[in-house]
Structures are given as structure tokens and as C-alpha cells.
Design a protein around this ligand. Structure first.
Ligand SMILES: Cc1cc2nc3c(=O)[nH]c(=O)nc-3n(C[C@H](O)[C@H](O)[C@H](O)COP(=O)(O)OP(=O)(O)OC[C@H]3O[C@@H](n4cnc5c(N)ncnc54)[C@H](O)[C@@H]3O)c2cc1C
Length: 270
């Protein structure tokens, strides 16, 4: 299988750097072909702007969405954007690995998403009608591929528990897992989160690698998070709210997750 690992940490000798090296070795050892987009090493341009199209009039008003669509449709995207899109199309699975910075991904990775997820590629895909609201949330260009987050966090696991001060980790990661990964079609696996990173010695690092290795071994077996598909009947169109009879007792992020999938356990951090 083909795995694309998009990695965002400025220091190769960091915990993230060690885990990236471990993951590449484990996946290649299992016979997968791995490509790494090491965003800091690539000096990835994080800002979406008029320069993302190779042919536009200098004095034209810049429209982030429409310029993106024009450049995508006419093959005039900046080369770095097109190359990352090709990698996504090549991949059977995507891993986004990053340290949690201010409750989200580092800016360089957010900029990768903003620029690579062009209009016509990751959004603005498919028909809009009374029955469908585009190919998104379970459908889209990247449907049939799997995605997983590998995230390190300074906070403790309890800080991200159901009543933890930081909010539950599933809520913190919802905009990434649902909004960025499920939206263009990925099946999203439960995240692999390493908490309390300031307290890592050789023994704990070894246990983390064991657990991460099992998750990588199971990349094609682990049941995805059962997010509800947009166009399969659970949502009213065009309001895009859940039908009143679908989990009426639920609201917020959790309401967009359907029946629990059954299968192998997916956690297992030491
Ligand atoms: C701007 C910013 C915002 C942040 N926001 C948040 C936030 O919102 N929420 C939150 O929870 N945290 C936050 N943090 C903390 C951040 O998530 C952690 O600092 C980060 O996840 C640690 O990952 P690292 O790769 O930088 O670890 P490192 O600092 O490189 O390493 C962490 C520990 O692992 C050990 N280690 C590294 N490699 C190995 C190895 N090969 N073998 C054994 N031990 C090893 C190191 O010795 C060190 O003790 C923030 C930090 C910053 C800088």
C-alpha cells in the first residue's frame, strides 16, 4: 500500500522526529511504500495568496476560492500545490503527524491544507440538488482512502478527558478529523495521541513505539470513526441539520458520529 506521511515539526531530533522515523521504518518493514512531506524541511509556503496561481493578471482582484478553482481547472496551480495533490491521489492512506500547538495543528500544516485542498479538488466537488449537497463528508475526491492523526500533546490525558479542562480530545480534534479529513472523503481512523510529552524517558518512548507500531500494522483493519455521511439520509438538505429522529438526544460534535463500529480495540497507549 502507499502511505503519505505529512509531518510538521521544525526539529528532526525532537520526539516527533523520532516517531516519524519509527513510523517510516515500521511501514516500510511491512512492505508499504512511504512518502514523507516534511513541511519544515521543504520550506513549505504556508500562506494562501495570489501567487498560488502561475498565471494571473497582476492587477486583478484576488479571490481565494475562485482563483483556486481557475488554477486547479486550468492546470495553472503553483507546482508545490500540484505535487502534494498528486501525492494525495497516489496514497492509499494519509498520516498527519504534528505537535498540538494551541489546540490545533502548527500553522505550516494548516497552510498545507489551505493551499493543497483546492476548489474542485477537496471542495466544490459534485452536484448540489435537493438530494445531495456536493460530494463531501464521506464522499469526494479522496473517498476510499484512510487517514489518521498522530499527535503529541504537552497536556495530560486527564486534561483531555470527558470533563477535562482542555475539552475532550475528540472535540479538540473534530475540526481536523471531520472538517479536514472526512470532508473530502477520507475514512478517518481514531487518532494516536501521546500526552504529557515532557515526561518521556527511554522506557516510555519504547512503549509508545510499541503502541504506535500496532496502530500502523492495523492501518487497514482498524474501523474508522463512524462519522455520518452527509448524503445518505441522516441530514435534511439544504439545511444540513440532522433529521429530528436521528439521535434526538444528541447535539454538538458527538451527534455527527453514528453507531460505534465494531472491531479491534484501537487505543493501547502505555
Ligand atoms: C507554540 C506551542 C503551543 C502549544 N500548545 C499546546 C496545546 O494547545 N496543548 C497541549 O497539550 N500542548 C501544547 N504545547 C506543547 C506541545 O504539544 C509539546 O511541546 C509537543 O507535543 C512535544 O513534542 P516535541 O516533538 O516537540 O517533543 P520534544 O520536546 O522534542 O520531546 C519531548 C520529550 O520526549 C523526549 N524524547 C524525544 N525523543 C526521544 C527519543 N527518541 N527517545 C526517548 N525520549 C525522547 C525528550 O527528551 C523530551 O523529554 C504547545 C507547545 C508550543 C511550543
Amino acid at each position: 500500500m502507499h502511505v503519505l506521511l505529512v509531518y510538521a515539526h521544525p526539529e528532526p531530533r525532537s520526539l516527533n522526529g523520532s516517531l516519524r522515523n519509527f513510523s517510516v521504518g515500521r511501514l516500510e518493514g511491512a512492505g508499504h511504500v512511504v512518502r514523507v512531506s516534511d513541511l519544515y524541511a521543504m520550506k513549505w509556503k504556508a500562506s494562501l495568496d495570489a501567487g498560488d496561481s502561475t498565471a494571473r493578471q497582476a492587477d486583478a482582484r484576488f479571490d481565494p476560492s475562485l482563483d483556486s478553482r481557475r488554477a486547479f481547472e486550468s492546470g495553472l496551480q503553483s507546482r508545490d500545490i500540484a505535487l502534494e495533490q498528486d501525492k494525495l491521489l497516489w496514497a492509499d492512506a494519509l498520516i498527519l503527524q504534528f505537535p498540538l500547538w494551541w489546540f490545533s495543528m502548527p500553522a505550516i500544516l494548516k497552510g498545507w491544507v489551505e493551499r493543497v485542498y483546492a476548489y474542485g479538488f477537496a471542495y466544490g466537488v459534485g452536484e448540489h440538488s435537493d438530494a445531495r449537497w456536493g460530494d463531501r463528508y464521506g464522499e469526494g475526491t479522496l473517498a476510499g482512502k484512510r487517514a489518521m492523526l498522530v499527535v503529541t500533546a504537552g497536556g495530560w490525558e486527564s486534561h483531555y478527558g470527558p470533563r477535562g479542562i482542555n475539552g475532550p480530545i475528540d472535540d479538540v480534534l473534530f475540526p481536523i478529523q471531520h472538517g479536514i479529513l472526512y470532508y473530502p472523503g477520507f475514512d478517518v481512523l481514531p487518532p494516536f495521541v501521546i500526552y504529557r510529552t515532557s515526561r518521556i524517558d527511554e522506557a516510555r518512548f519504547s512503549g509508545i513505539c510499541d503502541a504506535l507500531g500496532r496502530r500502523l500494522d492495523d492501518l487497514w483493519k482498524t474501523p474508522p470513526i463512524p462519522f455520518r455521511p452527509q448524503n445518505a439520509g441522516a441530514y435534511e438538505i439544504p439545511a444540513l441539520t440532522l433529521r429530528p429522529d436521528v439521535s434526538p438526544e444528541q447535539s454538538g460534535f458527538a451527534a455527527h458520529i453514528g453507531q460505534e463500529a465494531t472491531g479491534a480495540p484501537v487505543s493501547g497507549l502505555p
